[in-house]
Write a protein that binds this ligand. Structure first.
Ligand SMILES: Nc1ncnc2c1ncn2[C@@H]1O[C@H](COP(=O)(O)OP(=O)(O)OP(=O)(O)O)[C@@H](O)[C@H]1O
Ligand SMILES: [Mg+2]
Length: 228
């Protein structure tokens, strides 16, 4: 793979807490096993705990550690806030404004240094970043395809189809959907029907499933991520 930095994707979800970071970790490990040098970014993180006066962006730190990169944390995570609320509001709370141009600048610096780049969303597509722009605008600016992480739970069909439809209508390339099981399967649940139902209503590829406490992504899943 060339070092042009034009290979990568934006990992978004049907909601917050659906497993974007968990799944991103598995993808990073799989790419590294293939000898691919992966850059990571969590452009905006809220709800950061404070340690000795320093804000700790846990997702960004986890992604950075998993990828094993030495890039400056301020490039990996240019915006971090303490309040566990939407980025636009968390920034306003600190009298700051999130600028998409600054995120793009950090992105370009990282992308130019690595083979591949994975950018993790703050929540889902319509999470506001400032008064006028959302995650969707950031995805368009970075010109990245998206992978949607959907948590398999009640409501997943509706949330997944809404996210897919909105992304497609906005002209974003959807590489596919990964269904994640952030909780252990309960006996007698009809969780697997979620995937069947989603397939009935969209032609977006289903990249695969990540089971509870999965340690490694199947080869088939990783090749779909690389070649879809
Ligand atoms: N497949 C899984 N197996 C076990 N635990 C999981 C799995 N997926 C997610 N989790 C756990 O569920 C929680 C939420 O997952 P995660 O932090 O990856 O969500 P997220 O979508 O990145 O959230 P955020 O919107 O805050 O960035 C975490 O504690 C994570 O370790
Ligand atoms: Mg996360």
């Amino acid at each position: 793979m060339s070092k042009k930095g034009n290979k990568g994707f934006f990992i978004t979800g049907t909601d917050t807490g659906v497993g974007k970071t968990f799944v991103a970790g598995l993808i990073i490990n799989a790419l590294k096993e293939k000898g691919i040098d992966v850059a990571v970014m969590k452009p905006v993180e809220t709800g950061c705990a404070e340690k000795k006066g320093i804000l700790m962006p846990n997702d960004a730190l986890f992604l950075q550690k998993t990828a094993g990169v030495t890039d400056d944390l301020n490039l990996v995570n240019p915006y971090r806030f303490k309040e566990p609320i939407a980025p636009s509001a968390a920034a306003r709370f600190e009298r700051k404004t999130i600028k998409l141009s600054k995120i793009k600048n950090c992105y370009q610096r990282l992308a130019s240094k690595h083979d591949f780049i994975i950018v993790e969303s703050a929540g889902g597509l319509l999470v506001p970043l400032n008064r006028k722009e959302t995650i969707l605008d950031l995805i368009k600016l970075l010109k990245l395809p998206v992978i949607i992480i959907a948590s398999i739970n009640l409501g997943a069909i509706n949330h997944t189809l809404l996210t897919v439809k909105y992304a497609k209508e906005a002209g974003i390339k959807v590489k596919g959907i990964i269904f994640n099981h952030p909780e252990e399967n309960k006996k007698g649940s009809a969780k697997l029907d979620v995937i069947k139902e989603v397939k009935r209503f969209t032609d977006v590829p289903i990249i695969g499933e990540v089971h509870f406490s999965e340690k490694k992504l199947p080869e088939q899943v990783i090749s779909r991520i690389l070649y879809l």
